[in-house]
Write a protein that binds this ligand. Structure first.
Ligand code: NAD
Length: 336
């Protein structure tokens, strides 16, 4: 159907992408999504079960680093927009094996943005006729800003100071995308989001780990003293922020997305244990909190992240729909 606009979504079988794809397909009936995912350990097609039969969802298993494949997809589907989630995303894995992070996050992002430029633009710096409104939206993290002390918030002006191979690879990809705006005048936009939580997250991440270990009656590992602070955002609120920025954000700019929801890890584990105590009481009658066990801290562990989302709120009118209490309850119910 020629009237349908084809958008390339990468990494759509992962946590955030698989929450985004069904949301986007339902909201915009004139879009078809071409979903390119390599299906690493982090991708799961079960996450996409509600859209696998949707004719406006085309799933392609493949690597964003494969230039031929990516160029083929642009041409075959006449891709008019990119929303780029695909990444190696787990900090701990980046410490034990950084290479895949550089390959996918840096080289893969370069390949995508460069293929998009070649397809949408004609030499030297001009969009092809009819392609002027094509957009490349890069999804990134607040971890590029490094760590905060007790006070202060990350804004879009905070200097980049990434501390892990993961965050440094994401910072590199942000800068590559940025350069395509300043050098070629390409329509790019980047969002940097805080920690997401919600359904479909891989079991290796903090919140699913807490729930899984608790229900299995195993020790719940918490790094260091449990006082590391993250700013938590419900995944669908992130998806809604991306939607807003993709459609109304100012080209060449970056937007921070965060829920003003700072919690330390101990608060999170306590909260989840209390919900589980109520929903799924232990056979021995004790609290799941008894299973909490402190383990050696992660090397280079950032102490505190917190996002100032004023720009997104003021300029584009974004606001999170979930507060932490409602979001975490939905999340625990989903995993249980
Ligand atoms: P995830 O690890 O759950 O999913 C990543 C997906 O990308 C997987 O389906 C995987 O198979 C796919 N992928 C990996 N390498 C690929 C490659 N070379 N080619 C094609 N597909 C590939 O990650 P997530 O948590 O959903 O994060 C998505 C994006 O959002 C990432 O760019 C991440 O940096 C960013 N982000 C995540 C969070 C968070 O809290 N999870 C916060 C801010 C930003």
């Amino acid at each position: 159907n020629k009237k349908l606009k084809h958008i390339l979504v990468t990494g759509g079988a992962g946590f955030i992408g698989s929450n985004f794809v069904p949301y986007f397909l339902e909201k915009y009936t004139d879009y078809t999504i071409v979903n390119l995912d390599k299906m690493t350990y982090a991708g799961d097609l079960d996450n996409l079960s509600e859209v696998m039969d949707n004719p406006r969802h085309i799933f392609v298993e493949g690597d964003i680093c494969n230039r031929e494949l990516v160029a083929h997809l642009f041409k075959t589907y006449d891709i008019r927009g990119v929303i780029h989630f695909a990444a190696e995303s787990h900090v701990d894995n980046s410490i034990t094996g950084p290479e895949a992070f550089i390959q996918t996050n840096v080289n893969g992002t370069f390949t995508l943005v460069d293929v998009a430029r070649n397809y949408w633009m004609e030499a030297p710096f001009k969009f092809k006729e009819g392609y002027e409104d094509c957009r490349f939206h890069h999804i990134s993290t607040d971890e590029v800003y490094g760590t905060l002390g007790e006070a202060g918030l990350f804004t879009e002006e905070t200097p980049y100071a990434p501390n892990s191979p993961y965050s440094s690879s994401k910072a590199s990809s942000d800068l590559i995308v940025r350069s395509y705006f300043h050098t070629y005048g390409m329509n790019v936009i980047t969002t940097n989001c805080s920690n997401n939580y919600g359904p479909k997250q891989h079991k290796e991440k903090l919140i699913p780990t807490i729930i899984r270990k608790a229900l299995a009656e195993e020790l719940i590992p918490i790094y260091g003293d449990g006082k590391n602070i993250r700013d938590w955002l419900y995944v669908l609120d992130h998806c809604k922020g991306i939607d807003l920025v993709y459609h109304t954000g100012k080209l060449g700019e970056t937007y921070n997305i965060g829920g003003r929801n700072e919690r330390d890890n101990l608060y999170i584990v306590d909260k989840i244990c209390s919900i589980l105590d109520e929903k799924q009481p232990r056979a021995n009658g004790a609290s799941y909190k008894d299973l909490i066990s402190f383990v050696k801290d992660r090397p280079g562990h950032d102490r505190r992240y917190a996002i100032d989302a004023t720009k997104l709120e003021k300029d584009l009118g974004w606001k999170a729909d979930e507060n932490f209490e409602s979001g975490i309850l939905k999340t625990v119910e989903w995993y249980v």
